[in-house]
Each structure stands twice: as structure tokens, then as C-alpha cells.
Design a protein around this ligand. Structure first.
Ligand code: SF4
Length: 423
């Protein structure tokens, strides 16, 4: 058993000591030669766990100087092989794509019509509660041609929806000399043959700009989906978090989005019980989520993260208070997102069919997702085919139009309209 990923990178040796049952703990620097590391472990050898370091210091402070230096730093998900002969022999097929000098190393482990595509790594922001930048490093964009090549290859493998992921997609391109690169890349990705949907995950509210909102709300096949982690809305808490904004500015942002795409999807995460959060701050956050009409809400109780600024704050709240606020806001969020789902009754959706329902009561039913629902984190659509035989065969990867007739919490129940959605 070998531990890899963020936790392994962040704690290295310490994790190895805490997990004696693990045969190895590998950090990002091991990835380029991971086959050999695993071979050593399989043969009974020992691969010493690393001593973690602040990965922000591996790259120049100035974003535009980073791309050149990035070639010498391990960036998970950016992995490329410089020449086909360097493809490891134990990955003979399913590498994306076969041509080009910078073929990303990727193999699909399932046949889902949805796949993530990495857009960038790291983060230059300094939210006081967050440890991510210290172990993911400074922000580095992947080249647009690499993102496009990988998307083309995924489309050839049957993928219909790509979801662009990184710690902060709004910053894409800043180290490539073009802070608006996402605005030009999105239409190119949407034009890839076979791709029906492009979704952008995590957008930083402080970096939203009119041009990006326009592209996200007006480009065919790019879904108007806004994954905006506000984290809080009370100004004093946001400042202590080293973040920006307030309730009214965030509501304005959502209003601007909806003025361009009335049915746009919006999701957000919040931290409650942050050090110094007063009852009035908490009430302000309640005011925000009550008016924001979000489709999905994640609520987390504050806890110290090692090595962060917030962990040193002295005005921590009692755990009881954190727990109480967490339970209260979670209940409210559940109610509000269920209400938001009800508002969608009567809407006609384009649904990407993903799988057959495994619920016995829904035998023969299909599950899919509409434009406002991201995979795994948000709700889904249960498709009804009440047409008595005239229905087209539903299968994973098909896009169908469906009318919302009911809800189950944040999930929607919709009747298929028996026509292929617009293609
Ligand atoms: S919360 Fe997000 S934006 Fe803030 S430092 Fe962490 S990764 Fe960056």
C-alpha cells in the first residue's frame, strides 16, 4: 500500500511514521519516475519518504518568469513526455494523445462520458485558513495547446463533457502573459469535435471579470455554471480570511450573471465559526445565502490547518459554537437548495445521460446531469421515459431534452422530450 496525493506531499516523512502499514509515501517529486519507485517497493525495497518543503519557493515570484522554470519542477497533472520513446513501457495504450512532442501522460480508468482536464496548478492567493499553496506551489498554467490536445483525445475516447479543474481557474493565463486566456480558450475547447459540454470549476469571486462572465454565459456548449467559493459574506470575517467582498457585492455578482443567463447554475462553499466570527457576522452570512438562490452549497466548520495564518489567531470560537453554527447553516442550506430546485420545475433542460439508476424504486430509470449540475458535488436529474415505447434508447453519453416535473431535495425529476438535444 502506497500513499500518494496532497496529504502524502504535505506530510511526507511524518505521514510515513504515522502510517506504518503503508509500504511507501511518495511526494510529487517522485511522480516522474513513479514506475521505478513502485517497482522498488514491490521488490521489497525501501523508498525513503521526503521531507516536505514550501513548494511556492520552487518557482520565481513573478508569474511570467515561471513557465521556463516550471519545466524543472514536478507539477502533477501537467505531466508530459518529450518523445514517444520515453513513454513508460508499462503504459502501452490509452496515452493521450499519441501525436505531438508534449503528449500528456493519461490513461482513462472508466468509460464515463465526463472527464476532468487540468488547467493549472497551485495558487498565488493567501487565504489565511488555507494550506494548499504551501504544498501545491505557485500558480502555473498549462499551455493552451496541451489542454486542447488532451480534450481532443478525450473526445476520441467518447467523452462528451470536460470539466476544467485547478485551484483557481480565473487566474488561467496570467503566467503566460494573458490574464484573459480563458476567454479565448473556452470557445476553442467547445469547438472540439464530439465535445458537447465544457464546464469550468472553481472560480475566484475576487477575480471575476465582465469578459469572462460574457464568455461563460454566451458560448455554445460552454455551460453557464458558476462555482464561486465565497467562503463567507461578512466583511470583517472576509478580511480576516484575507479575502475580499461583502454580501451586497456578491449578490450583485450573481445578479449580473443571471441577467445574462437566467437559469445559470451557481454553487458555493462556506466556512462557519471562523476565528472572531460574531453572531452578527453569522447572521450576515445567513442573509447572503437566503438571497443568493444557490443550487448547491457546501458548509464547513472552521478547524485549524497546520502552518496557516488563521491557526495562529487568538480569537478562536469554542468548538460547541462552531458545531452549532455548522448544524444550523447546513440545515438552512439544505432547505434553500431544495427550494431552488423547486424553482426549476417547468424548465426544459439539456441532460447528459450518465448511468442507469441503481435505486430499486426507479428500476429502468436513467440518471443524468443538466448544465447547472457539476459531477459529484451537485444534484442530478432522474429521467422519466413515460412515453410508453416511443422513447429513444437512453445510454450514457446521450444528450436529451427533458422537462422538470418534480424534485427530490436538490435532485430534479424530469420527463424526456424524446428528441436529441439540439445536435
Ligand atoms: S482557498 Fe483557494 S484561493 Fe484561497 S489560498 Fe486556498 S486554494 Fe488559493
Amino acid at each position: 500500500m502506497v500513499a500518494v496525493g496532497c496529504m502524502a506531499e504535505r506530510y511526507g516523512k511524518e505521514l510515513a511514521e504515522a502510517l506504518p502499514e503503508a509500504d511507501g509515501v511518495l511526494g510529487f517529486d517522485d511522480y516522474a519516475d513513479i514506475s521505478n519507485r513502485l517497482q522498488t517497493i514491490l521488490s521489497g525495497g525501501n523508498v525513503e519518504a521526503h521531507t516536505p518543503r514550501d513548494r511556492r519557493k520552487l518557482l520565481p515570484l513573478s508569474p511570467v518568469e515561471r513557465q521556463e522554470a516550471a519545466a524543472t519542477v514536478a507539477l502533477p497533472g501537467h505531466g508530459t513526455v518529450d518523445a514517444p520513446e520515453n513513454v513508460p513501457s508499462d503504459l502501452p495504450e490509452g496515452l493521450a494523445p499519441a501525436s505531438g512532442p508534449r503528449a500528456p501522460l493519461r490513461r482513462r480508468l472508466d468509460t464515463s462520458p465526463v472527464a476532468s482536464v487540468k488547467l493549472a496548478s497551485g495558487c498565488d492567493r493567501r487565504c489565511s485558513f488555507c494550506a494548499i499553496p504551501s504544498f501545491r506551489g505557485s500558480f502555473v498554467s498549462r499551455r493552451p495547446s496541451d489542454v486542447l490536445n488532451e480534450t481532443r483525445w478525450l473526445a476520441e475516447q467518447g467523452v462528451k463533457e470536460v470539466m476544467l479543474v485547478s485551484e483557481n481557474n480565473t487566474s488561467y493565463g496570467k503566467d503566460l502573459g494573458d490574464i484573459r486566456l480563458l476567454e479565448t480558450l473556452l470557445p476553442e475547447l467547445a469547438a472540439v469535435d464530439g465535445i458537447e459540454r465544457v464546464r469550468v470549476s472553481y472560480l475566484q469571486p475576487a477575480e471575476m471579470r465582465p469578459g469572462l462572465i460574457d464568455v461563460l454565459t454566451s458560448t455554445e456548449k460552454v455551460v453557464p455554471y458558476f462555482d464561486l467559493s465565497f467562503q463567507h459574506s461578512a466583511p470583517d470575517v472576509l478580511r480576516a480570511m484575507r479575502r475580499f467582498g461583502d454580501t451586497d457585492r456578491f449578490l450583485e455578482l450573481l445578479e449580473t450573471i443571471r441577467s445574462k443567463a437566467p437559469t445559470a447554475g451557481a454553487r458555493s462553499n462556506f466556512i462557519v465559526g471562523f476565528p472572531g466570527e460574531t453572531e452578527a457576522d453569522f447572521a450576515e452570512l445567513e442573509r447572503f445565502i437566503t438571497h443568493a438562490r444557490l443550487d448547491a452549497i457546501g458548509v464547513f466548520g472552521y478547524s485549524d490547518e497546520d502552518g496557516t495564518e488563521a491557526a495562529t489567531y487568538e480569537n478562536k470560537l469554542d468548538q460547541d459554537v462552531v458545531d452549532e453554527r455548522l448544524a444550523h447553516l447546513s440545515r438552512l442550506a439544505e432547505e434553500l437548495t431544495a427550494q431552488r430546485a423547486e424553482e426549476r420545475i417547468g424548465e426544459t433542460l439539456e441532460v447528459l445521460v450518465e448511468s442507469e439508476s441503481d435505486d430499486e424504486d426507479e428500476a429502468g430509470g436513467w440518471i443524468g446531469r443538466a448544465a447547472h449540475q457539476a459531477p459529484e458535488t451537485d444534484g442530478q436529474v432522474l429521467l422519466l421515459t413515460t412515453d410508453g415505447g416511443a422513447a429513444p434508447e437512453l445510454a450514457p453519453g446521450r444528450m436529451v431534452r427533458a422537462k422538470v416535473v418534480g424534485t427530490e431535495g436538490v435532485d430534479l425529476v424530469a420527463e424526456c422530450l424524446f428528441e436529441e438535444a439540439g445536435r
